[in-house]
Design a protein around this ligand. Structure first.
Ligand code: ADP
Length: 524
């Protein structure tokens, strides 16, 4: 039976960006995930979580995903077997021809293949995208190489591929290659491209002469396609050439159409609004689940085990990070990239204001801007009994903090989806968020009405000010003292299902839409 749905168009309805119908007997699609990050091989943030989890869910739904990553130095740290395929070829980069090898592995405990495009000059480096706060100078060249190598590996390995699911700017040139350089070459002429924006602010914006590295005709370097204020812009290119575009929450999909969150892309996105969708990310409950988490002791899973479990995990993490062990004082956590986006200026200000009082303890885990490293270390040194700061990337500690903290704070300037609030809900760690993007879509504010209706799962505020954050945290700390109310908020959150299942079904539907739009495009 031909499978068709009525796709909601951008309009006035509240759910305009949601794909509302699930596939009925939808067909299996051969999908290539083009991404710079996928757990457990390489991750700097949510992109890695999504691209490690979503292919597994799609596989369960009957699709045939493969993942293509750069062979970064860090991929070997996952401890999974990575072997050479023995396949080597050359990639044209400007006037040069550059060697590329292909390595392979699998997503853990699965039949989902992962291929790595290898060139040690480009990818065997201490970091993924840059060092000491500076991007690598040759990032354009590195990811031109990546995009072309991914296309080449499809034919070299004879991978059946119907759709390339491209993620963020690093994979942003794949759609334009499909629609220009390779548009008359089999099998590429039959492939569709979906482009997912995980964060519109990171665009891959380069000097215009880098266009020469791409091998793409200069005629496409114009304001409607690849050019952005005189530069070559990977994000804009992908928005212009992909068959469909998605982003990682319905609210963010609306926010990016207007400044300031459009980051200059309002024109390009407006042009594609009929093809733009918002699908919320899921949480991987095989990794983030207090009932089975191997990094915490004891495990807990329901209202009853939560009380003793949280108390034990809290005292363990207080000990681990050097805070006084105290079950009564609220322990507030933040984990993430130390970037302006994440609201660490507001967090630092409230910590400073509260440090002399008895309101709360804080534990912060993150790496990023040196200005935040400095401010946070100074606060921790000055108030060691109130503030603990760990300036590192530690997955294990992130799990223990999720389990041990009472509240998780995310006062983001903007948040495309956000994953930590989803993990926090599962761990009974009440999220305190600014109502933006995916945070607005996933946390139900503890207003009097929502509390009475038993649907509150956290606390949210709108204005991006330290005052608004401080007031919201104060409200949360007051309710924390009322254990009956607090435990109801906790258990409502713990019962929510933010697993990948529902989102993967929506991606299924979007793949079908993407394939049909690509076919229409090819005919027109
Ligand atoms: P973003 O992708 O914008 O950085 P997300 O909330 O979508 O933010 O995802 C961040 C992911 O990275 C989460 O899984 C979070 O736990 C993890 N993470 C960020 N910083 C650290 C850190 N310093 N140590 C461990 N995990 C971290």
């Amino acid at each position: 039976m031909p499978w068709s749905v009525s796709l909601p168009k951008f309009g006035n309805a509240a759910t305009i960006f949601e794909l509302q119908q699930l596939p009925e007997g939808g067909m299996s699609v051969n999908i290539l995930f083009a991404t710079a990050e996928a757990v457990p091989f390489c991750k700097t943030g949510g992109l890695g979580d999504v691209c490690g989890s979503l292919p597994l869910e799609l596989y369960k739904l009957g699709h045939r995903p493969v993942v293509a990553l750069p062979a970064f130095r860090q991929i070997y740290e996952a401890g999974l077997p990575i072997v050479s395929t023995g396949v080597h070829f050359e990639i044209p980069i400007g006037q040069k021809r550059v060697d590329c090898g292909i390595l392979e592995s699998n997503l853990p405990d699965s039949a989902v293949p992962v291929y790595f495009v290898q060139n040690d000059y480009y990818f065997d480096r201490p970091q993924f995208y840059g060092e000491r706060g500076e991007d690598y100078q040759d990032n354009c060249e590195r990811f031109v190489f990546y995009c072309r190598a991914v296309l080449e590996l499809i034919t070299q390995l004879d991978l059946e591929t119907e759709l390339i699911h491209c993620h963020d700017w690093c994979a942003g040139l794949l759609p334009v290659y499909l629609k220009t350089v390779f548009n008359e070459t089999a099998p590429y002429d039959q492939m569709a491209a979906l482009y997912t924006i995980h964060n519109l602010a990171y665009q891959g914006n380069f000097w215009h002469w880098d266009m020469a590295l791409t091998g793409i005709d200069w005629k496409y370097f114009n304001w409607q396609q690849m050019e952005f204020y005189g530069n070559l812009n990977f994000m804009k290119t992908a928005i212009s050439f992909a068959d469909t575009i998605s982003t990682v929450s319905p609210t963010y999909a609306k926010e990016i159409l207007r400044p300031p969150l459009s980051c200059g892309m309002e024109g390009a996105l407006e042009h594609r609004r009929e093809d733009l969708f918002g699908i919320i990310n899921g949480a991987d409950y095989d990794q983030w689940n207090p009932a089975i988490d191997p990094f915490i002791e004891p495990n807990y899973y329901d209202a009853e085990s939560f009380v003793t479990g949280k108390r034990a995990c809290k005292s363990a993490v207080q000990q681990e990070v050097g805070l006084p062990v105290d079950p009564e004082i609220p322990l507030i956590a933040a984990i993430g990239r130390l970037a302006d986006q994440k609201g660490f200026d507001l967090i630092s200000r409230v910590m400073q204001q509260w440090a002399e009082g008895e309101h709360a303890q804080w534990v912060i885990l993150g790496t990023g801007d040196s200005k935040y490293h400095q401010v946070l270390s100074q606060l921790a040194a000055k108030y060691p009994h109130r503030i603990a700061v760990r300036l590192e990337f530690s997955n294990e500690l992130a799990h223990r903090i999720e389990a041990g903290a009472d509240m998780f704070v995310m006062p983001s300037q903007y948040e495309p989806c956000g994953l930590n609030q989803l993990y926090s809900l599962k761990y009974g760690t009440v999220p305190i968020v600014r109502a933006t993007g995916g945070l607005a879509d996933t946390v139900v504010n503890a207003t009097a009405e929502n509390l009475a209706l038993g649907r509150a799962t956290g606390f949210s505020f709108s204005e991006y000010t330290a005052l608004a954050l401080g007031e919201t945290l104060f409200r949360a700390c007051e309710l924390f003292a009322d254990k009956a109310v607090w435990n109801r908020i906790v258990t409502t959150g713990m019962k929510q299902d933010w697993s990948w299942n529902a989102s993967a079904q929506k991606y299924s539907e979007l793949y079908e839409q993407t394939l049909s739009r690509a076919r229409q495009g090819a005919l027109s």
